[in-house]
Design a protein around this ligand. Sequence first.
Ligand code: AP5
Ligand code: MG
Length: 217
Amino acid sequence: MNLILLGPPGAGKGTQAKRLVESRGMIQLSTGDMLRDARRSETPLGAQVAAIMDAGGLVTDEIVIDLIEEKLTAAGGGGFIFDGFPRTLAQADALDALLGRLGQTLDAVVEMRVDDEALVDRIAGRFTCRDCGEMYHDTTRPPLIPGKCDVCGSDDLYRRPDDNADSLRTRLLEYYKKTSPLIGYYHAKGLLSPLDGMEDIATVARGIDAVLDSAAS
Ligand code: AP5
Ligand code: MG
């Protein structure tokens, strides 16, 4: 079962992908996480990626498709959750071709719908554990002990450099201009399931489970 989580910045793609990894043993493929790893490499490519991400723009299709191809080929089997990929029609076509080459299909695309105002609030309040990747929010999901990760006990909690008002404005514009056409694209393919991403995390999770269960039957 291969699933795309499609939605604007802050829609909850990463939150739900992590849950599916735990509950269903699926493999999360987040191009955002891959690019954050690439930028730490201190290569010219890393520096180029960092500048684009911090400004809120989209990294070139070529770079992102290469990253996904590498991971898909290495993973072999299926059960992928595509989190933040594809983001353009060119990326969607490349994904079709890659899955076809591996003898795999795309089974469902969940569109997570969230109001812009709520997105701003979610992004502004978000922070993450650098050691285990657990995600928190100042008001909706604070750690039990302030400054300490509930899961691994680390005190290395950080905010992403692109989670600021200017960058978020650009990220939203990029989403509406370049990524939202994918909604029509996957609807036309009969794969799209829109979900109300304004609901709480557990309710959204139940909605995604229902989509996966119906795609499997
Ligand atoms: P990426 O890392 O993919 O960021 P994004 O799409 O902007 O999305 P976010 O990770 O910010 O949000 P999310 O939907 O995962 O929400 P989350 O679960 O964290 O990409 C970053 C950058 O990399 C891009 O700008 C671009 O430069 C580059 N890039 C990446 N992929 C690319 C590609 N394919 N092509 C080109 N460039 C690419 O949740 C957010 C917060 O809300 C958390 O605090 C969470 O606790 C809270 N929350 C989640 N769900 C709920 C809920 N239901 N109710 C209340 N709070 C909730
Ligand atoms: Mg994310």
